[in-house]
Design a binder for this molecule. Structure first.
Ligand code: FAD
Length: 328
């Protein structure tokens, strides 16, 4: 009988990605509701040492597949490893991050196992009556939230947006089991040849990791508005982000867009400057710790979710705010 909640832990260059502990946090909740256990699957080369981190964040068991063919992410050996583990353990639920790796792996696995997959989820819960996984995701361009259940097939599978779920507090005293598995990988499983791995010189910007985000919208009036935002971001040791309107206008790169078609963020402090607060924008930031909005219109919907709001012209308010933060 299918049992337990499995999470595909993601690592790059041996470093666990934040989404892995976020997924384990949610898996813990689901498994506790079901009276089952949380398993993490960790693939790579020489990654066993990271298994403890997953246990400290809520996993009961970590299945490690350690193999030279898993050193860099390549679809086929990764897909075969996860497929083999799923066949051996028969999980009730399998969760992936909705990252480039998770989006590549999850549909392949679903097709091989002949089960369903709900992509890009923002909410997961166990239905009290049916005990099925209720998977919630935006649909119809974000105009409604769809809740999907997978009734007849196992495992129930979902990819989950990074930044949406909350990791458990790290507990170094937490104990669990590390299981080493051999899935029989051979050179025949490697259908590509890696000639060279070119590393990016600069760490790629990831607004989902920032503790402070200073976000600018159409109300900035042009790309030069972001220079002022950069000053505030620097004073607050934060990063710049934006609404889609600023991206569409070509004022800033897409990697900084927050929202339904951008990234989901959960910083400690989120400044929404000249952003109206459209539902598609709110979908990406409303879980932030403290939301501070500046807008010249007192009826802007952003004020409905803001903890602190200033009604005023950015061109007047922002320079004063920067001056104050620089002094502090
Ligand atoms: P506006 O809505 O034009 O708001 C500008 C605000 O600035 C206004 O409230 C105005 O009062 C204020 N303002 C103007 N001048 C000043 C000033 N001098 N001082 C202070 N305030 C000023 N949007 C996203 O952000 N992220 C997404 O991921 C996203 N995905 C979408 C997906 C779909 C399918 C669709 C249909 C839309 C999506 N959108 C998304 C677009 C979204 O609906 C809004 O159009 C967009 O968020 C508006 O951006 P904005 O708030 O910057 O601009």
């Amino acid at each position: 009988m299918s049992k337990n909640v499995f999470v595909i832990a993601e690592q790059r260059d041996g470093e666990l990605q934040k989404v892995s502990t976020e997924l384990i946090g949610k898996a813990r909740e689901l498994a506790d509701d079901l009276g089952q256990e949380v398993y993490a699957i960790l693939l790579g080369e020489n990654v066993k040492a990271k298994a403890d981190v997953l246990i400290h964040h809520g996993a009961d068991k970590v299945i490690v597949v350690d193999h030279p063919l898993l050193k860099e992410y390549v679809t086929e050996p990764y897909a075969k490893s996860i497929y083999t583990i799923v066949e051996r353990y028969d999980p009730e639920i399998v969760l992936f991050g909705a990252t480039s790796i998770g989006r590549d792996l999850a549909p392949r696995l679903a097709a091989r196992i002949h089960t369903g997959l709900t992509a890009d989820c923002t909410g997961l819960a166990i239905d009290e009556e049916t005990r099925l996984l209720r998977m919630t995701r935006p649909a119809f361009g974000g105009n409604l939230m769809a809740t999907i259940v997978c009734q007849n097939f196992r495992p129930q599978m979902a990819t989950v947006r990074p930044g949406v779920m909350t990791p458990m507090e790290n507990d170094n005293d937490r104990k669990g089991e590390v299981i080493m598995e051999d899935v029989g990988l051979t050179d025949a499983d490697m259908n590509v040849k890696i000639i060279e791995v070119a590393k990016e010189e600069k760490k790629k910007l990831d607004i989902t990791e920032a503790r402070v985000l200073v976000s600018g919208g159409r109300g900035l009036g042009g790309p030069e508005g972001f220079d002022l935002l950069a000053e505030l971001a620097e004073a607050m040791e934060g990063e710049i982000s934006s609404s889609r309107a600023s991206v569409d206008a070509g004022w800033i790169e897409k990697a900084r867009q927050v929202g339904q078609t951008g990234k989901t963020v959960r910083p400690d402090i989120y400044f929404a400057l000249g952003i109206s607060g459209a539902i598609q924008h709110l979908a990406g930031m409303e879980e932030s710790g403290l939301i501070i909005a500046i807008n010249k219109s007192d009826s802007a919907p952003i004020f409905d979710v803001a903890d602190l709001g200033i009604v005023g012209d950015l061109n007047k308010v922002l320079p004063k705010l920067i001056e104050q933060y620089k002094k502090a």
